[in-house]
Design a protein around this ligand. Structure first.
Ligand code: API
Length: 288
C-alpha cells in the first residue's frame, strides 16, 4: 500500500486536496481516477477535487486542478489562492509576489502575511477575460463578438446568457432574487448542454448595486460548491458588460462560503482578492 502526503485547503469553503508534486510522484494515467477516489466523501478524504502543486519551467510553481469527476480544468481561482499560500509558507517561493503557471496561462499572485509569516489573504491578477464565443467555447453565437444578455432556454425555462472564459468557461445568468435561482434544477442541465462543447460552470447572480452582488454556482465537474473564484471573476465581468457594474471598481461578490473582491481594471486584467485556509494535512493510502 502506497501513501501520498496531502494538505486539505479551502477558499471560502471551496475545498481541494493538495498534493506537493515537488515531493510526490503520481503516474499521469492515474490522475483522473485518483481525483475521483480522493474526493469521495465516503471512501476518500472528501473534497471538491484535487490540486497538484507542481514544478514549472515558466514560473516558480504550476497548478493543475482536477474536479471531483476526474476532469481537469484550466483554471481555479480559489485553488490559486491556496497554492499561493502553500508555496509561500513551504518556501517554494521566497517573495510575496510571484507567478503561478496554469493550463490557462500565467497569473500573478500577491500574498499578505500576518503573525509569524502565515498568509491570511491573497490577491491574484487573473489576467484578461476571454469573450469571443468560439474561444469560450459556446456555439450558436459565432455571428457575435461577445455573448452578452442573449436569449437562451433550458428545459423550457427562458434565461439571458452572458458567457465569459477565465481560462475555463462560465455561463452567467442574472436573477432578481438569488434565493429563487434554479441552481439544483437547471445547474446540471446547463453544465452539459450541447451549446457548451466543453461543458460549462453555471453561475446565478443577483445584483445589489454596481459594486455588490450575490452569487451561487453549479460547477462543471463538481456540482454545487461553496465558492468559485473564476466564476466570481466571470460574474463581475458579465455585470460590467451588461452595464450593471463598474470597471476599475472593487466589486464585493457574496458567495455561499463568503466574500471575494473582484476588480476588472481598465487595462483589462481581472483582480481577485480573498482568503485561503489550511484544514488539515495527512497521508492518503492508495492501491487499497
Ligand atoms: N469547476 C471548474 C474548475 C474549478 C473552478 C473553481 N473552483 C474556482 O475557484 O475557480 C471548471 O471545471 O472549470
Amino acid at each position: 500500500m502506497d501513501t501520498l502526503k496531502f494538505t486539505k485547503m479551502h477558499g471560502l469553503g471551496n475545498n481541494y486536496i493538495y498534493i506537493n508534486m515537488f515531493e510526490e510522484t503520481i503516474d499521469e494515467a492515474e490522475l483522473a481516477k485518483l481525483a475521483v477516489d480522493i474526493s469521495n466523501p465516503y471512501t476518500g478524504i472528501g473534497s471538491d477535487g484535487m490540486i497538484l502543486i507542481c514544478p514549472s519551467e515558466s514560473a516558480p510553481v504550476k497548478m493543475r486542478i482536477f474536479n471531483n469527476d476526474g476532469s481537469e480544468a484550466k483554471n481555479c481561482g480559489n485553488g490559486l489562492r491556496c497554492v499561493a499560500k502553500y508555496a509561500y509558507e513551504n518556501d517554494i517561493v521566497k517573495e510575496t509576489e510571484f507567478q503561478i503557471e496554469t493550463l490557462g496561462g500565467l497569473v500573478t499572485a500577491k500574498v499578505k502575511t500576518e503573525n509569524n509569516n502565515k498568509v491570511s489573504l491573497v490577491t491574484v491578477n487573473m489576467g484578461k477575460p476571454i469573450l469571443q464565443p468560439q474561444q469560450i467555447p459556446v456555439i450558436g453565437f459565432n455571428h457575435l463578438q461577445q455573448v452578452v444578455n442573449e436569449d437562451v432556454s433550458f428545459n423550457d425555462t427562458p434565461l439571458k446568457l452572458t458567457a465569459v472564459s477565465m481560462g475555463n468557461p462560465h455561463a452567467v445568468f442574472f436573477v432578481d432574487n438569488i434565493e429563487d435561482a434554479p441552481l439544483h434544477s437547471l445547474g446540471p442541465i446547463i453544465e452539459k448542454d450541447p451549446m457548451f462543447p466543453d461543458w460549462v460552470n453555471a453561475e446565478f447572480v443577483e445584483l445589489v448595486s454596481k459594486s455588490e452582488m450575490h452569487f451561487r454556482v453549479w460547477e462543471r465537474g463538481s456540482g454545487i460548491t461553496q465558492a468559485c473564484g473564476t466564476g466570481a471573476c466571470a460574474a463581475a465581468v458579465a455585470a460590467v458588460l451588461n452595464n450593471r457594474a463598474a470597471r476599475n471598481t472593487d466589486i464585493t461578490v457574496h458567495l455561499a462560503g463568503g466574500d471575494l473582491i473582484i476588480n476588472w481594471k481598465d487595462n483589462g486584467d481581472v483582480w481577485m482578492t480573498g482568503p485561503a485556509e489550511i484544514i488539515c494535512t495527512g497521508e492518503y493510502h492508495t492501491n487499497r
